[in-house]
Design a protein around this ligand. Structure first.
Ligand code: COA
Length: 386
């Protein structure tokens, strides 16, 4: 038996994938052959999803058909809306509401993969497209209820990003906000075998289904060490913007033994390349906004924090991760901070689905070993003698 232990599976390669490649030493991320900056600044979200599913960019006709197909799968059954209404009334956090909603994604005609199959489409891919299409509707419907407002019907004349913004606000989406969100969605669409993606792959490795995989992945994404960081990042940045003194704030946190949200990464030993893409997108957005001085605070905070972390942790380089500029960009786009992690899921569900289909195509049940360190040679005593 192999006795070496790998907590967190660090450094263990568990799959071959054509989907994304991370070079943590050099700070590079490639998605289906494209450096992340090229993909995220050029692609619509639909193009990124098509690329993940088909390993090539769509032609113009294919893209139009793909957009229309996703748009046709956005509706929620009334029963799911009722669950989201109840979740909102109880002030259930957005990720819990999403977990409840996504678990029912195969209810109703849009979720019925067998109907899609009868029309000639592949069963699993149809369900994958349903999951990608419906996550924004779940999040936006929940949010409208949280606001005491009526849910906004999805509009099939709008692209994925624009429609999500429209369903959140009921307004005609602003072009700059749509482009900012589009960049965000493609930037985080896939990222190797992170915790939620590994969770999804593990579920389908048992020959379970895509809805179960996505539901489990949402649970995994929720934690602050994975997708839960950008909300706290925004709170931290807004506090510092109001109170000033970023250096004092950072010093105080580190002296108290707390972690700075938005910094550090399991794989990257340099600045996360997604931080640079999102920083540029946020810069463009804030240049046209009345909140431009907030973005100056964001940049100042980053510089101060990276320097302080280098002093604090000289042996382990801690640099800016994706969540730092996610907070600034999504705030600028108009996404409420309560929905930051759920908006991460709006994007990443496509990566989960592509990984699940890849796992299925070359499956091996995920079943690692553990080393027993519990008691041995115990003798049983009946309950009335204990
Ligand atoms: N602030 C302060 N110290 C940090 C830190 C941070 N953001 N991230 C890591 N460290 C320190 C740890 O305290 C630890 O120090 P120690 O060895 O003295 O105990 C050391 O760096 C290594 O940390 P470790 O927990 O082993 O790293 P990891 O690979 O498991 O962690 C993260 C990666 C992302 C979980 C971690 O960097 C973190 O918690 N970041 C903040 C949350 C965040 O931004 N999450 C979003 C990730 S995209």
């Amino acid at each position: 038996m192999n006795e070496s232990i790998h907590p967190g599976l660090e450094g263990i390669t568990v799959a071959e994938t054509r989907l994304s490649h991370i070079d943590g030493e050099n700070g590079e991320l490639v998605v289906c052959g494209f450096p992340i900056a090229d993909l995220a600044t050029n692609a619509t979200y639909e193009e990124s999803v098509f690329l993940l599913l088909h390993d090539r960019l769509p032609t113009a006709d294919e893209l139009a058909a793909f957009r229309a197909d996703l748009a046709s799968r956005r509706d929620l059954p009334d029963e799911v809306c009722a669950v989201l209404r109840r979740a909102a009334a109880e002030e259930t956090p957005a990720m819990d509401a999403l977990r409840m909603g996504i678990a029912a994604a195969n209810l109703g005609p849009e979720g019925d993969a067998s109907a899609a199959n009868a029309a000639g489409a592949d069963d699993s891919e149809a369900l994958a497209r349903r999951l990608v299409a419906v996550v924004p509707t779940i999040v936006a419907t929940y949010w409208r209820y949280r606001q005491g407002a009526t849910p906004v019907e999805p509009r099939d004349d709008l692209g994925h990003a624009a429609n999500y913004l429209h369903m959140l606000t009921g307004d005609e989406p602003d072009d700059a906000a749509v482009r900012g969100l589009e960049t965000y969605l493609s930037t985080v669409v896939d990222h190797g075998v992170n915790a939620s993606t590994f969770t999804a792959r593990t579920v389908v490795s048992t020959e379970s289904d895509l809805v179960s995989a996505a539901t489990a992945a949402v649970g995994s994404l929720k934690g602050p060490l994975h997708g839960g960081a950008p909300g706290p990042v925004l709170e931290m940045l807004r506090d510092v913007h109001e109170l000033g003194d970023p250096a004092g704030y950072v010093k105080g946190k580190l002296a108290a033994g707390e972690r700075l949200m938005g910094f550090g990464h399991r794989v990257y030993r340099v600045r996360d390349p997604r931080a640079s893409v999102l920083e540029s997108a946020a810069e463009r957005l804030y240049a046209e906004s009345a909140d431009g001085d907030f973005f100056e605070t964001v940049r100042e905070f980053e510089a101060v924090a990276v320097e302080a972390l280098a002093d604090h942790s000289p042996d382990r380089r801690l640099d800016t991760n994706v969540e730092f500029y996610t907070a600034a960009l999504l705030d600028g786009v108009g996404i409420p901070k309560e929905l930051f992690t759920a908006t991460f899921a709006v994007s990443r569900v496509a990566g989960w689905m592509a990984h699940c289909l890849e796992q299925r195509a070359d499956n091996r049940l995920v079943r690692p070993d553990s080393r027993y360190v519990g008691a041995t040679d115990r003798e049983w005593t009946p309950a009335d003698e204990r």
